[in-house]
Design a protein around this ligand. Structure first.
Ligand SMILES: [Zn+2]
Length: 214
């Protein structure tokens, strides 16, 4: 017991039971303590890495959130542009009735006209509640000009079409002979005008009262 440290002697005096501990024992305990410290450090590292993983996940989430927000904002911008290029709904189309000189009974024929704010590719049809009838209009409806079109013959006892539907697209670049413009929304482009419209206007047709009395 020649290498007992003063501290151990003190402990021994206080009746400490580890009286046989010597410097070698301290080294052993020290190693154990280092080992323990290593475990603690490792645990801390794991905890830290978890929290750092958490924080990197949080920053990834934040980045995703701001990307989503940016996408949402640009979607709002795109929707706004799409609506800006949509023609204003005229509310109603007043049928212009004329005597049908080809009809011996002097029946009427109904026309209507529409003016669009810019040039669109177009297709139109009337709707009488049960069926559609295509309307003869040019493929390109020039902007800023009234376009008069034939609706139908107005025959006594036959309900005339109550609605006209316009299917509209931006002009086709390189195809349509007009000032090009386009909508950024990625909607239908109008190569096939039998297909889905980029904008659709459903407009009620109003007839003169005397015609409705048939
Ligand atoms: Zn659009």
């Amino acid at each position: 017991m020649t290498t007992i440290t003063p501290r151990l002697l003190l402990l021994a005096e206080e009746g400490w039971t580890w009286r046989d501990l010597n410097a070698d024992n301290w080294i052993a305990i020290g190693s154990a303590a280092f080992a323990l410290a290593g475990v603690i450090a490792a645990v801390f590292a794991v905890v830290y890495s978890r929290s750092s993983a958490k924080s990197s996940k949080a920053s990834a989430d934040a980045a995703q959130k701001s990307a989503d927000e940016a996408a949402r904002l640009s979607q709002i911008e795109i929707d706004r542009e799409h609506n800006r290029y949509a023609p204003d709904h005229p509310g109603i189309l007043h049928a212009e009735e004329e005597v049908d000189h080809r009809s011996p009974a002097g029946h009427y024929v109904a026309f209507a006209s529409i003016t669009l704010p810019r040039t669109y590719r177009a297709r139109a049809e009337t709707w009488n509640g049960t069926s559609f009838t295509p309307i003869a209009i040019p493929l390109l409806l020039d902007g800023g000009k009234p376009h008069r079109f034939f609706i139908d013959q107005v025959v006594p006892g036959v309900t005339p079409p109550g609605e006209v539907r316009f299917h509209l697209w931006p002009p086709l670049a390189g195809v349509d002979d007009t000032i090009p413009w386009s909508c950024p929304c990625g909607g239908p482009t109008g190569e096939d005008i039998a297909g889905r419209a980029h904008w659709e206007l459903r407009i009620p047709i109003e007839y003169m009262p005397e015609v409705e009395e048939f």
